[in-house]
Design a binder for this molecule. Sequence first.
Ligand code: GDP
Ligand code: IMO
Ligand code: MG
Length: 424
Amino acid sequence: MPANLVVGAQWGDEGKAKVIDVLSKDTDIIVRYQGGANAGHTVVVKGKKYVFHLIPSGVIYDDKICVIGNGVVIDAAYFLEEVADIEKEGFDVRGKTYVSDSAHLLLPFHKLIDGAREDGSVDGKKIGTTRRGIGMCYADKMMRTGLRVGDLLNLKTAREKLEHIIEEKNAEMKALYNIDPLQVDDVWKDLMAFYDLWKDRIINTSFYLNEALKDGKRILLEGAQGTGLDVDFGTYPYVTSSNPTTGGALIGSGVSYHYLQKVIGICKAYITRVGEGPFPTELHGEEGEKLRKLGGEYGATTGRPRRCGWFDVEMLKHAIRVNGLNAIALTKIDVLSDYDSIPVAIGYELDGKRLDYLPSQELDRVKPVYKFFPGWNSDISGINDFKKLPKNCQDYINAIRDLIGVPVHILSTGPDRDHTIILG
Ligand code: GDP
Ligand code: IMO
Ligand code: MG
């Protein structure tokens, strides 16, 4: 049976969780494959809102299995809090979630260093991270000095490893950031709280997932962040420290590429970005504020106001290319109901010359070339039949499909599970 993939096509917060929730209905296993508690994934069911950070969004279905793949970085203390919060709402998390033995543990010093660097303690520059320690944990993974979830299965060697790591990190924190040393026992206590509750849920998830696929189970891979934040294909250095793109989904889950079927790129009918970095179609001042208000664009993780701008076809074509997207989900079309004319960037110019693709460098200097579409000036919130959308709205959606050359599989006209149009 197939594995389908949901991947962000912009700079995150595209409405991935809303689409994952809709698709989870016809899925057996939902897998997070990268990122960590930097993600903020919102699902709304019959007006009730749930926000997930580390736990896959499918957890609110009773009959689905959730998996946290090897590519995710897990803050054990945060993880326990999130599980407790979800279980307070009446959902079973532990009973239906597995954690990869190869996922890396995000430890308190990762967050402290992330925060200190964002405060400018090194070169005065900042990325605008979520301060959740993500980059520092992935750096240790690549340095081959990280502690993995599976290490906890041998407590003696795990403790020794942790002692060594903390000694090194305490020295680094003092020398570079003037941060007080951490006590091994404090860090160990959190890890043991996680171990006590979760030790029997720690498995080789790659083996589990490929066997499940062989047995006919359907898998949905849940991306966090988005293509514009990919450490290779995003706007480096203003990116996250993982690969949210298709390659990262395979690496971060260990699912064989043979099984991959639908690769669905999620994009808003406009664009948002949180944190620093180039954003060619960004709207400033009152125009930006109008879109932010209409879309309720405030971060689900940090509460920061999101920067807002117009839909960008060139950026989406980049996402289609690097992810191999074979379907699109277009979300938040309802937010554009209040415009007479809707600009869409259909390409870029740099120094007066038209570019063929989104450049890896100098995105801050490109000028978008806009095409203007007539608005529909009526509230389409919650409409779940394509034929009931105003003609101008239908034309806008069809025009985007024609500009990108990839079918629009799902339309979202509101945050709720029911505010959805499936286009086949
Ligand atoms: P994710 O990180 O990609 O899962 O997206 P977020 O959850 O961070 O942000 C998307 C926000 O838009 C959430 O508050 C959703 O409830 C909301 N949302 C999703 N789809 C729609 C839609 O079609 N219309 C409206 N108005 N809101 C939506
Ligand atoms: P979801 O899954 C939007 C951004 C941060 C910052 C950059 C690096 O909800 O779409 P990090 O903490 O990862 O080192 O920050 O990436 N960022 C996100 N922006 N949505 C997210 O996740 C994000 N996760 C990280 O704002 O610019
Ligand atoms: Mg989000």
